[in-house]
Ligand binder design. Structure first.
Ligand SMILES: C[S@@+](CC[C@H](N)C(=O)[O-])C[C@H]1O[C@@H](n2cnc3c(N)ncnc32)[C@H](O)[C@@H]1O
Length: 241
């Protein structure tokens, strides 16, 4: 018989997805979903424009957060369907609440590494500021490619990447682990996942930087200026027809 009275409580082992779920649930409860829309939309809109979404398109938004991009894409896919997925159930709750009036958009709790969809179900896939959180990015990219049909396209934007040096300060600020990849490493990963015609491009937020900038994500206004000058990294991969 074992005596457990003085035993150290066993800390439950959390999977990486569970840690991500809990962290982004906290973000959602703190109202950071709409805040991310404000920060990401100026560049996200440019990327979505480049996706050339047709009116009958089937689209997936991976790591959709509060669902702003899914709603925007649903305006373009008027006779189609947009599905947002996120590992955070609280983000999905916010996304559903904010999209009650949009008939062609739906949201599901799911991990990017295990998408609950059929092969070739979508024509377009989008992901904004989400990819580098995934435990196994290659597995997620293979899943995204699997759910895209021939001729389909995946467009993603990341702000944390090797060449954008000021963005590296987020790594210590974040409570979850992230991947730091260079532009060429991202391109290679896309190719390893089976995407063809892989391209990368920088996108720039056109908003003026206020003189009295005091954002919380950067140590100084100078860092923020350098971050904005480096731009957001957009990656595009296609599924060969
Ligand atoms: C920085 S937020 C960006 C949210 C949204 N795309 C936007 O632009 O506002 C990253 C999102 O990715 C989600 N996420 C992180 N890891 C994920 C995973 N493995 N599968 C699905 N979603 C994930 C988070 O829950 C979070 O909502």
């Amino acid at each position: 018989m074992s005596n457990t009275s003085n035993a150290t409580p066993i800390k439950p082992i959390q999977s990486r997805d569970e840690r991500l779920r809990l962290e982004f649930n906290d973000w959602a409860r703190a109202g950071r979903g709409p805040g991310m829309e404000k920060g990401h939309r100026p560049v996200g809109e440019q990327a979505i424009e480049l996706m050339r979404i047709s009116s009958e398109a089937q689209v997936i938004d991976i790591g959709c957060g509060s669902g702003w991009a899914a709603r925007l894409m649903a305006e373009k896919a008027r006779e189609g369907r947009v599905v947002g997925i996120d590992v955070s159930d609280e983000m999905i709750r916010v996304a559903r609440e904010s999209s009650a009036a949009v008939s062609n958009v739906e949201f599901h709790v799911a991990s990017a590494e295990k998408l609950p969809f059929d092969d070739a179900e979508f024509m377009r896939a989008f992901s904004m500021e989400s990819l580098y959180y995934y435990t196994d990015m290659l597995a997620a990219l293979k899943e995204i490619r699997r759910v895209l049909r021939a001729g389909g396209r995946f467009v993603t934007v990341v702000d944390l990447y090797e060449e954008n040096e000021p963005s590296h300060q987020w790594i210590d600020q974040l409570k979850v682990a992230v991947h730091l990849l260079s532009e060429s490493q991202y391109c290679s990963l896309f190719e390893s996942a089976g995407f063809s015609n892989v391209q990368s491009q920088r996108l720039y937020d056109p908003a003026l930087i206020p003189e009295d900038y005091q954002g919380g994500s950067f140590k100084s206004r100078e860092d923020y200026i350098r971050y904005r000058e480096a731009g957001s990294l957009m990656l595009v991969g296609e599924v060969a027809a």
